[in-house]
Design a protein around this ligand. Structure first.
Ligand SMILES: N[C@@H](CCC(=O)N[C@@H](CS)C(=O)NCC(=O)O)C(=O)O
Length: 213
């Protein structure tokens, strides 16, 4: 892998990396965005494992060689280098609240979504156990959506600051994985408002189009 001359975001379409890709686009950052194929084993090559021993995306490689992993940490870096983006409030308590929601989203992503989508992998050949695990995951995701819906402010953002933060982008990202789980959120009006708000951001539209290409 040639050394990076500008920050490189290692990601993959429709994965945990997507929210970092959305945020980088909203912030207008000039990152070298590299899409890996998870199915093709790109995260398990010796070169990638040397970069990120977790063998996962996203990973952000800075020009000085520092590698940052975990979506909330990468989102924080993006927001901090692009303060005008408003992705992370500068002041407490709003900054802490945004970080709180980002941490919560990551927990839901790896926990409830991980259970729903990973049921077959966890259960192996046991079809009945896989169905139980998937149902438990779907139940947890459904409860999480109701919880976040109740927290969204009338302006369609979690913090009520009028401008989507990285926490709103993260919630939006989670909702893009509900369809394959057949989870209906049409009765959750605040979540619909957040989706509309975030989904209309030009950076989000551009990044999603890049991932779909
Ligand atoms: N805790 C990590 C989770 C990252 C993660 O689970 N990434 C998955 C994709 S969604 C991955 O890279 N898996 C490696 C693979 O499937 O090869 C984060 O939030 O950034």
């Amino acid at each position: 892998m040639p050394p990076a001359t500008r920050p490189t975001l290692w990601t993959s379409s429709r994965t945990a990396g997507t929210v970092t890709h959305l945020a980088a686009a909203v912030a207008g950052l000039d990152l070298d965005i590299r899409f890996l194929s998870l199915r093709g084993g790109d995260t398990r090559t010796p070169a990638y494992l040397a970069l990120n021993p977790k063998g996962q995306v996203p990973a952000l490689e800075l020009a000085d060689g520092t590698v940052i992993t975990e979506a909330p940490a990468i989102l924080t870096w993006i927001a901090d280098v692009a303060p005008d983006s408003g992705l992370l409030p500068a002041m407490h308590p709003q900054r802490a609240k945004a970080l709180e929601w980002m941490a919560w989203c990551q927990t839901i992503w790896t926990g409830a979504f991980g259970l729903a989508f990973g049921a077959k992998r966890i259960a192996g050949d046991d079809v009945a156990v896989a169905a139980l695990l998937r149902a438990a995951g779907i139940e947890r995701v459904t409860a999480a959506m109701a919880l976040v819906d109740a927290a969204i402010q009338p302006d369609g953002t979690l913090l009520g600051t009028g401008q989507p933060t990285a926490a709103d982008l993260y919630v939006f990202h989670l909702t893009t994985f509900l369809k394959p789980l057949a989870i209906d959120i049409s009765a959750l009006p605040h979540l619909a408002a957040l989706r509309e708000h975030v989904g209309a951001l030009p950076g989000v539209i551009a990044a999603l189009a890049r991932e779909a290409a």
